[in-house]
Ligand binder design. Structure first.
Ligand code: SF4
Ligand code: SF4
Length: 472
């Protein structure tokens, strides 16, 4: 029985981060501008591929089952390239994390970027931290209603732009934009835009730091990539303690440099006190560094009471040993990550240059396995596909080895010549192929179907079987 008098879940306290100016805040704005610029501009980049081919540089064309990334064209059977890109992104992230700690979380993660944008809007409309707290403590006043309405309207607008930009990656951007302008959208596209608008609004407007705390798996396991030489945000307790208020002009004798102003806590977007040590919630955004440096400037003390540094340096300083001013780049784990990165990159480059420009696939029809003809011959049928991955029409001759066939026919509404099959550029041609041969001594013969380009070097083969007679 649950005791109704006990509260099992702590109510989430709303965080009102104070705005701050400084080097890391500027860096964050620069990162946001670059990343959002890339996100919104990429679908509008053009890349000429030839006639009748999409000219969008980055496009995932679902109906045509094709993905385009500048000069790279990925077919459905080459999805391993996408796997390779994801592996590279993941290992690249591990490498950066082992060097610079959680910079991805603090500067580049979409959750951070959009939350920053939403907080900026909130601050512009409702004012800085204290004004926002005051506003939320008011009842339904006119000021509160109009400020909240405008804030939420702008949030929804940003959400709409986010969802709107996303669907451009899956459609021709100018054509789709035209449809959007005329409110003439397929329901599938419209529902994606609405879904992404809603998720952006909820994640950046409401969930915010809770996404990092409770939903993001990366936050949980990235400490596995840390070592004593990874950059972390830290408070120099040796210099800061004993903390306490300080009156300007009085001596610092017997006092630490932390004046307990809590500015580092008030600016923190996840609401933690970094003076309690590194915590899982810290996204290494550096805003507490800016806040504390500002305070240090005001009390005429050197900056860096809170700073990016390595655990090794913090320990060495504590023990009175010399510290290292440069980041130790070459460590076992960075070698390991770089090794994996190089290996996967090399495999992908090799795969890119070695991938075939045409493919042949064959599947034997199982129902029936074979047909006995009136003259005693055996007929097997196959579904054969020729993938022409070039952009021009190619002519192929179909052949077979492994069984002495009497006839190789194609079943189709219009007569087709297996010695000259035309496959248009970028297309998959499918045929029903009939092989007729005398009854063979073996019940099941391994055979190979072949396709050779006429007047060209493209060729491929597909292994299959020829079933001859009843199973012994
Ligand atoms: S901002 Fe600096 S001085 Fe102020 S409480 Fe934080 S660590 Fe101490
Ligand atoms: S403790 Fe500092 S670096 Fe960490 S999240 Fe808070 S403000 Fe950002």
């Amino acid at each position: 029985m649950l005791d109704e008098n006990i509260t099992y879940f702590e109510k989430q306290a709303r965080i009102y981060p104070r705005s701050v100016k400084g080097r890391y805040r500027r860096l964050k704005w620069a990162a946001i501008a670059v990343l959002l610029g890339i996100y919104y501009a990429t679908p509008w980049l053009r890349w000429h591929r030839g006639e009748n081919l999409p000219d969008q540089a980055v496009l995932i064309d679902m109906p045509a089952r094709r993905a385009y990334f500048f000069g790279l064209e990925i077919w459905p059977d080459e999805v391993y390239f996408i796997t390779g890109i994801l592996v590279l992104a993941a290992v690249g992230l591990f490498f950066v994390t082992s060097l610079l700690g959680r910079v991805w979380c603090g500067y580049a993660c979409p959750q951070t970027v959009w939350t920053d944008l939403f907080v900026w809007v909130e601050e512009k409309i409702q004012g800085d931290r204290n004004r926002r707290i005051r506003l939320d403590s008011q009842g339904f006043t006119f000021e509160r209603i109009w400020k909240k309405t405008v804030t939420h309207a702008l949030w929804i607008l940003i959400g709409l732009c986010t969802g709107g930009a996303w669907v451009f990656y899956f459609n021709d951007a100018p054509a789709l934009f035209d449809h959007i302008r005329h409110f003439d959208l397929p329901w599938s596209v419209g529902s994606w835009i609405l879904g992404l608008t809603a998720s952006t609004y909820l994640m950046a407007g409401y969930a915010r730091e809770q996404v990092c705390k409770y939903m993001c798996p990366y936050a949980r396991f990235q400490s596995a990539m840390f070592d004593r030489d990874t950059l972390i945000i830290g408070y120099d307790a040796g210099r800061g303690e004993p903390r306490g208020k300080h009156k300007k002009g009085t001596s610092w004798e017997g006092k630490g440099h932390c004046i307990d102003c809590t500015q580092c806590v008030l600016v923190c977007p996840v609401g933690i006190d970094i003076r309690n040590g590194l915590q899982m919630e810290c996204i290494a955004c550096g805003l507490c560094v800016d806040a504390c440096n500002d305070v240090m400037d005001k009390v005429d003390l050197p900056r860096g009471l809170i700073r990016y540094d390595t655990q090794r340096n913090y320990d060495d300083r504590q023990a009175g040993r010399a510290t290292q001013s440069r980041l130790r780049l070459w460590r076992p784990r960075t070698f390991y990550y770089l090794g994996v990165l190089s290996l996967v990159s090399a495999l992908m480059v090799y795969g890119l240059f070695a991938r075939p420009r045409m493919e042949l696939h064959a599947i034997q029809n199982r129902n029936p396995l074979f047909v006995k003809l009136s003259d005693g011959s055996i007929r097997n049928s196959y579904v054969v596909k020729i993938l022409n991955k070039t952009h021009e029409a190619r002519h192929f001759a179909l052949g077979v080895t492994g069984v002495p066939v009497k006839r190789l026919d194609l079943q189709s509404a219009t007569p087709l010549d297996p010695a000259d099959l035309v496959v248009e550029g970028g297309m998959v041609a499918q045929y029903r192929v009939m092989l007729v041969a005398d009854k063979q001594p073996a019940y099941r013969l391994p055979i190979t179907l072949t396709a050779q380009e006429i007047d060209g070097g493209l060729h491929d083969s597909a292994a299959t079987i020829f079933v001859s007679g009843d199973e012994p």
